[in-house]
Design a protein around this ligand. Sequence first.
Ligand code: DGL
Length: 272
Amino acid sequence: MPEASQVKQPIGVFDSGVGGLSILKALRAELPREDFVYVADSGFAPYGERDQGFVLARARAITRDLMSQPGLAIQALVIACNTATAAAIHLLRREHSDLPIIGVEPALKPAIALSQTRRIGVMATRGTLNSQKFRTLLAGLADQAQFVCQPCDGLADAIERDDAEKIIGLCRQYTKDMGQFGSQAGDIDTLVLGCTHYPFASERLQALVGPGVRLVDNGEPVARQTHRMLTSLSPDSAPGQCRLFSTGDPDLLQSAARRWLNIDVPVQRLLI
Ligand code: DGL
């Protein structure tokens, strides 16, 4: 457990857009006195249907910016995006070896622990599912369960824009494509939300797959891991503050933060 020190440095968090707010929510619950700086790369979202080189370049630019903003000096970076983690975490760790960098990956191991039927659905972006990092993870667990992997083109973008009709249509289509959900042998009884945008569609997904199916995401484990990796904790007893930045439409982030996290602060436009 890290000691409290006199220096208060924020934790940087970024995603392609508003999805990483699902991770920020878990981080704030785990580390309520820490300050956070959140960057939504909405001007360049979605990442999931782009090539890895593009996502890597964006991740590098955002990390450099977060480290060089006057007065920010982040103490750790959380890549609150499965797609960017798969594309960039190894390189970012090499380039910033002094900075603790925490990533997110689809929660396959927790899903195995929960599944009775050993048939597990995985919803993620095409970029995540095609990445070497995910393939290696999957190959290492293939003897423990059957994974039905579903690329969900367009779903993160629909959530980003809060397009309810499109969210419902895509959730219906993708859950149907995955096959039978339920608790009988051969049914999918556990569904991994392998993109940080998807927890914001979890009510709709739960209604489609039925109440007995477990939905699993990585917010809480990532928050606990971040806590373990911090070398200093805020000396303040007051709640931490959040600063929000967007490379795209600030209103999208502002209204999502208000709606989902009850954070009501102005969003600053970032030009990178
Ligand atoms: N939220 C991101 C993820 O976890 C990416 C969504 C997107 O931009 O396609 O993969």
